[in-house]
Ligand binder design. Structure first.
Ligand code: AMP
Length: 208
């Protein structure tokens, strides 16, 4: 049983490490960013409204993401645990999550913070590309894609939008760290290095 939150700034490697962890623990991957992008691609009213915030590098309102996570956590597959990636991002979201878990009489096992300096985050995001066929994430400098990949550059990975997202992280999400530290759930992991090196640190932090 593993109920885990991955905290980290945009491009800190949360998505990559989350994919590894869901395989390792055989639990679902709950990424609010992925859920919102899927809603946008499906053209739902929620997706269209959320995209206004996302494409500006701003946080989507709390009630929208809280609703998404609440619905998803009610699914049967989440009974065996989950990896939350990109949620919670604000104190009200963390409080809503605590209330959801309390209702089901479950608790978090750990909150992992991936720590990466801002200059590197900027470079990683601006050079990040996703293969739309496989969902695999690459970096043009650090983890180049194969020549046949169908690459997409996320609209919100443009430089000025990344800056806004990093500011939002510093202003809102960083406030969650003292809270999870106080309740002894927080483990800090150095996120600088290859995905494999960071994976080794993540598993070590989880006692694996
Ligand atoms: P991500 O893929 O986690 O970097 O998220 C991409 C974008 O989706 C963010 O920049 C926000 O606009 C939005 N988003 C994702 N998760 C949240 C959340 N928990 N709270 C508010 N906005 C979110």
């Amino acid at each position: 049983m593993m109920r885990l939150i991955l905290l980290g700034a945009p491009a800190s490697g949360k998505g990559t490490q989350a994919k590894m962890l869901v395989d390792h623990y055989s639990v679902p991957h709950l990424s609010t960013g992925d859920m919102l992008r899927a809603a946008k691609a499906a053209g739902t009213p929620l997706g269209v409204a959320a995209n206004e915030y996302m494409s500006a590098g701003k946080l989507v309102p709390d009630d929208v993401v809280i609703g998404l996570v609440e619905d998803r956590l009610a699914s049967a597959d989440c009974a065996k645990g989950f990896v939350l990636d990109g949620f919670p991002r604000t104190v009200p979201q963390a409080e809503a999550l605590a209330a959801m878990l309390e209702r089901t009489e479950t608790t978090l096992n750990r909150v992992l913070q991936l720590d990466v300096p801002r200059e590197l985050l900027m470079e990683r995001a601006v050079l990040r590309r996703t293969d739309v066929k496989t969902g695999q994430i690459y970096n043009l400098k650090y983890n180049p894609p194969p020549p046949d990949a169908a690459l997409e550059h996320r609209d919100d990975d443009q430089e000025e939008k990344v800056r806004a997202r990093l500011d939002a992280y510093d202003a809102m999400t960083a406030a969650l760290l003292p809270h999870y530290k106080r309740v002894s759930l927080l483990s800090r992991v150095d996120g600088v290095g290859s995905p494999k090196e960071v994976t080794e640190r993540v598993l070590r932090a989880l006692g694996q």
